[in-house]
Ligand binder design. Structure first.
Ligand code: SF4
Length: 226
């Protein structure tokens, strides 16, 4: 329980700091850390952490990175976590680029929810933001929907002057596929080209822009959780 009496039963586990993309808001300028050998936990160590946490009352676990799917043993980790008594839900946060090939196996291994980063639908803008190919992510999202996960959620980081014109296309894409879309404001967690005040695009302004396009209806009961 936290000091507000809320039960804290959700644990995020970063399984790697490596990633196959290079997002503008993520990579510190001149970052050299990836030139060193990875020193992340082994699959067995991660499962041991899960076992201890589940014993303390944690029930929901989310695997994050870096990009978790660059780990070749991620499927094994999910399979082993699923066997741990007390583990109710396993989720994944991913950039989606490798999801196309893995969604079905991850689902069958026991993964229940997937959050996919999608900052733009336009191929050039997506590439500028992440260095990757949006076609790979869209294939990943389609594969995740087809695999039948309990929930596939889209996550977009708002950046003024970078992807603000992608907001409405992203909303339409989410609506067309029946997927929730979470909008995130830039957070000054590191030092990169776009992490400046002039690139800050508040969610309140995004909502105003959306309200000019269509009616927004508040749904207090629609909290989508972790
Ligand atoms: S996909 Fe995620 S971990 Fe990879 S560079 Fe982008 S924000 Fe960072």
């Amino acid at each position: 329980m936290d000091s507000f009496g809320r039960t804290v039963d959700y644990l995020r586990i970063s399984v790697t700091d490596r990633c196959n993309e290079r997002c503008l808001y993520c990579m510190p300028q001149g970052y050299k850390g990836w030139e060193q050998k990875p020193d992340h936990l082994t699959a067995e160590e991660i499962v041991q952490v899960v076992r201890v946490a589940a014993g303390m009352g944690f029930r929901k676990f989310r695997l994050t990175g870096g990009e978790p799917l660059v780990r070749r043993d991620l499927l094994d980790i999910v399979c082993a976590m699923k066997q741990v008594p007390g583990v109710d839900v396993i989720g994944l946060s991913t950039n989606g680029t490798k999801l196309g090939a893995l969604a079905r196996s991850l689902h069958d291994a026991g993964l229940r929810t997937v959050n996919v980063s999608l900052d733009a639908l336009d191929a050039e803008i997506y590439h500028r933001v992440t260095g990757g190919q949006v076609a790979d992510v869209l294939a990943g999202i389609r594969a995740a929907v087809a695999a039948g996960f309990e929930r596939v959620k889209l996550i977009a980081v708002l950046m003024r002057g970078v992807n603000e014109h992608e907001l409405w296309p992203l909303v339409l894409f989410a609506a067309e596929h029946g997927l929730p879309l979470r909008l995130i404001e830039l957070m000054p967690v590191t030092s990169t080209e776009v992490l400046t005040e002039k690139n800050f695009f508040p969610v309140s302004e995004a909502m105003e822009l959306l309200a000019q396009r269509d009616e927004l209806i508040a749904q207090p009961s629609a909290y989508l959780g972790w």
